[in-house]
Design a protein around this ligand. Structure first.
Ligand code: F6R
Length: 608
């Protein structure tokens, strides 16, 4: 949601801003704009619609002269997508231009106050108040004025601010919204994430809440709200530029599906040494693990689905009660969490507003928070007691695939690690599990080799109006993800059901030709789910089953059967999800949809 880029240096800035914004398109947006300092004033170009509109309007940026500027892609929250509501927003005098990601919760009283003082507002946005407030507080010192503003606004923000009195520098600040600083040679940057600036520099600063950065061509100074200099450490990003490019693939989603073996290997191999799981990055020792009363897993969307898998896996292996909760529910349910509980927060972006709020809620109640996060230095990572990073690399497609898979891998490592500390595994069981985890990347790669079969099945069903996914236990947890993957990119209605729950109502929706995708990978419950398959088939359903190669002789259970390799039952979700990701992808592709940027969705959901 909303993307920010800022630049000061010697290059013509507008093409740099447009290029950076194009790298942030995946975040989701409906309008775009830039503000550039040139000839003693700030020039703004902004328009509703795709970046292409802005690019054409400015002759790919060439018609806007200047070497310092800020740019923005807006995902509408306050006020419809329109030219006037697009960012940057400019103060009444035209002296200040502001781009903003986040929400200013108290903008209405602040706006009323300024209107009473004669300020005129032109947009419906919450952001315009920032530009006007800076103007109101400005007495010749931009830093001072910005500090006054952030002391008065409530909510979340990443801000980039240009002032026409400052021809060679601009300022930025963040709180609970992402913003990184890119440090180049003779040029410096701000951006919502590193993908926007990776082409120019790999050296970044991660800002803490309310750290303010002043950027000029040759300097980057970070201040706290007492105007004291903060010494920051440079972080070197080791991603390849190609990690954020399509590299010959038609869509990022397929590229990221294919990257899963590597992503899982990168996530796992750094944490297994001489056959032992080593979680150096966190401080959960045996004493602490033995004292855990209950584990909560809190997340949104697909990350929550990882939490549902984790509930089964951790409970089974560690015999500790686990509750998986949707973050937007957890934060408002007055949760019964205490200091003996561990709260595991899962997030790819590390900036999902509900997940961050749930984390704060848990910490306020004394719980210890361990997060599983993909983006280094993100708000969720910063706010956690311990972080286990997933080394998936940048995930650009809105529908997650490789981040989901690496989150699962971290869950397995953590579960086996804790079970061993709890004395619940024999030496042999432990060694076997570690080996099975290490073998997962190759098994995922093996499934990816038979993509054509899934593509064929997609061609048989892409005109369906409604599709059901069923399974029991871990198969149910994966059904949730398979169903979400399909519906979010193909716009086909789909539901995931615990197979045993179907006959308590939902089975009445099954009619002649309804597609039911049945996951039957678990050995223990194989026969139970096969009975459910028979029930839906008896009512006209066409069934596509996913089962392991241990059931090779069971081809008559369904109309179509997809086979995956076997592994320890606890780790099967990593394998069974792959055909479902591919199925969703191919269905959307056959429907000719915008797979990487599905309608109405944003990659990083930074508002609640
Ligand atoms: C679905 C998807 C979303 C995210 C959810 C949480 O494909 O990607 O459901 O999983 O919005 O996002 P993060 O993991 O960034 O907190």
């Amino acid at each position: 949601m909303c993307g920010i880029v800022g630049y000061v240096g010697s290059r013509q800035v507008a093409p740099v801003l447009l290029d950076g914004l194009s790298k942030l398109e995946y975040r989701g947006y409906d309008s775009a704009g830039i503000a550039v300092y040139g000839d003693g004033k700030i020039n703004v170009a902004k328009a509703r619609g795709r970046l292409k509109v802005l690019s054409e309007m400015t002759d790919e940026g060439k018609s806007v002269s200047g070497v310092m500027g800020i740019g923005h892609t807006r995902w509408a929250t306050h006020g419809e997508p329109s030219d006037v509501n697009s960012h940057p927003h400019v103060s009444s005098s035209g002296r200040f231009a502001v781009v903003h990601n986040g929400i200013i919760e108290n903008y209405i009283p602040l706006k009323k106050r300024l209107m009473n003082k004669g300020y005129e507002f032109v947009s419906e946005t919450d952001t315009e108040i920032i530009a006007q407030l800076i103007e109101y507080y400005y007495k010749g010192d931009l830093l001072e004025a910005l500090i006054k503003v952030i002391e008065r606004v409530e909510g979340s923000y990443a801000l980039g601010v240009l002032c026409s009195d400052y021809p060679d520098r601009f300022v930025a600040v963040r709180k609970a919204s992402p913003l990184i600083v890119g440090v180049g040679e003779g040029e410096n940057f701000i951006a919502s994430d590193v993908t926007a600036i990776l082409k120019y520099t790999r050296n970044v600063y991660y800002l803490e809440d309310n750290e303010i950065v002043v950027l000029s061509k040759d300097s980057v100074d970070v201040y706290n709200t007492d105007k004291e200099i903060v010494n920051k450490e440079i972080f070197k990003v080791d991603w390849d530029v190609s990690a954020a490019e399509k590299g010959g693939y038609e869509h990022f989603m397929m590229k990221e599906i294919e990257e899963q073996p590597k992503a899982i290997r990168d996530t796992v191999s750094a944490r297994i040494k001489d056959g032992k799981i080593v979680l150096d990055d966190i401080s959960l020792d045996e004493k602490y693990i033995k004292g855990i009363n209950k584990i909560f897993i809190v997340a949104c969307g697909s990350a929550y689905h990882v939490g549902v898998v984790a509930k089964y896996v951790i409970e089974k292996m560690c015999r500790i009660p686990v509750e998986a909760q949707i973050a937007s529910e957890f934060r408002y349910c007055d949760p019964i969490v205490s200091c003996n509980d561990l709260v595991i927060v899962i997030s790819q972006s590390g900036e999902t507003a509900d997940t961050l709020a749930a984390l704060k809620e848990a910490k306020a109640r004394g719980a210890r928070v361990l997060s599983i996060v993909n983006v280094v230095g993100s708000a969720i990572a910063n706010a956690s007691d311990d972080v286990l990073y997933t080394w998936a690399g940048p995930e650009i497609a809105v529908a997650t695939t490789k981040a989901y898979s690496t989150q699962l891998a971290v869950v397995y490592l953590l579960a086996v690690y804790m079970a061993e500390k709890l004395g619940l595994l024999t030496v042999g069981e432990y060694a076997e599990m570690v080996r099975e985890i290490q073998e997962l990347p190759d098994k995922v790669a093996e499934i990816l080799k038979s993509k054509e079969k899934i593509q064929y099945l997609a061609s048989q069903f892409y005109n369906c109006h409604s599709i059901f996914f069923i399974g029991r236990n871990l198969d149910y947890a994966v059904s949730l993800e398979g169903s979400l993957k399909l519906k979010e990119i193909s716009y086909i209605h789909s539901e995931a059901y615990a197979a045993g729950e179907l006959k308590h109502g939902t089975i009445s929706l099954i009619e002649e030709g309804t597609l039911v995708v049945a996951l039957v990978t678990g050995n223990n419950l194989f026969d139970k789910t096969v009975s459910n398959i028979k029930e839906v088939k008896a009512r006209g359903a066409v069934v596509m089953a996913v089962r392991t190669d241990t059931h090779l002789h069971d081809d008559d259970i369904a109309d179509h059967v997809i086979t995956i390799p076997s592994t320890n039952e606890m780790f099967l979700p990593s394998l069974s999800v792959i055909p479902l990701q591919l199925f969703g992808y191919y269905v959307a592709s056959l429907k000719g949809l915008d797979i990487d940027k599905p309608r109405n969705l944003a990659k990083s959901v930074t508002v609640e």
